[in-house]
Design a protein around this ligand. Structure first.
Ligand SMILES: [Zn+2]
Ligand SMILES: [Zn+2]
Ligand SMILES: [Zn+2]
Length: 257
């Protein structure tokens, strides 16, 4: 299984418009962080986790031409705003694309993007089958076993996903011990770590490292990173062994099952 980090930045991206801090001014391409999302290739399946506002640019950069389905973590703009740009995939693949999300996100997407989901819609608008999933129900798509993980993100419940030996937890502020037990046996943890300081709806760096160290994972990749961190190289040198600051365009291999 191959995972490509399409974006690794927080909701404003890095650099932030108008900001002249050291990280935003960095010349290192690894400090250019689009909004967080990833692309997973396993066997014949190619899919996305989240489809943020930089989706079009990410698809062009990675030369991606196939998306079988999309897993949505939650309805915040930085995770869904690329939805209209799914159209080229509708045209290329000549099919609707399934989007999986929790029940609240299902209703939210229908009201935000009514032009996509109403009857008699304008010809050429995106063709999406929204599929609500329950957090305590694993999905079986052919040989893929995808386990939704219930996370808290401030006051809302959102979904993380376990796919084989990898778990992807973004925008997490807390996880119950019961949900944490679903991560047993993973090799790779991909987890958001907004910044070093605490935040009401995101864990910080030390909390992310604590969660990683409580799992069986031998590698941890940090995502959803803000400009409050030092430049990539300085950040990486501060991290414990096995913990990596992911960057846009990075790809990693993970055992599938
Ligand atoms: Zn976010
Ligand atoms: Zn900045
Ligand atoms: Zn969010």
């Amino acid at each position: 299984m191959k995972i490509t980090f399409l974006g690794t930045g927080t909701s404003l991206g890095v650099p932030i418009i108008g900001c002249s801090c050291e990280t935003c001014n960095s010349k290192d391409p690894r400090d250019k962080r689009l909004r967080t999302s990833c692309y997973v290739q396993t066997g014949d399946y190619h899919f996305l986790i989240d489809i943020g506002p930089d989706f079009r640019q990410q698809m062009l950069r990675e030369k991606i031409s196939k998306i079988d389905f999309v897993l949505i973590t939650h309805e915040h703009n930085d995770h869904i705003a690329g939805i209209d740009d799914i159209r080229p995939f509708n045209f290329m693949q000549n099919q609707s694309i399934n989007f999986y999300c929790n029940d609240r996100v299902y209703h939210d997407l229908i009201s935000k993007y009514d032009y996509i989901f109403k009857e008699n819609k304008y010809p050429g608008s995106p063709s999406i089958n929204l599929k609500p999933i329950l957090y305590d129900e694993a999905m079986y798509l052919e040989e893929l076993n995808i386990v939704p993980i219930l996370l808290m993100h401030g006051k809302i419940d959102i979904l993380g996903y376990r796919i084989g030996k990898m778990a992807y937890l973004t925008d997490i502020s807390s996880i119950s011990s019961e949900e944490l037990s679903k991560l047993q046996g993973i090799e790779v943890l991909i987890i958001s770590a907004l910044r070093k300081e605490s935040h009401h709806s995101h864990i910080n760096l030390s909390q992310a490292i604590d969660i990683y160290q409580s799992t069986s994972a031998s590698r941890c990749y940090l995502i959803h990173l803000s400009h409050h961190y030092p430049c990539h190289e300085a950040l990486q040198s501060e991290l414990p062994s096995g913990v990596f600051a992911a960057y846009d365009g990075m790809s990693i291999g993970v055992t599938k099952m």
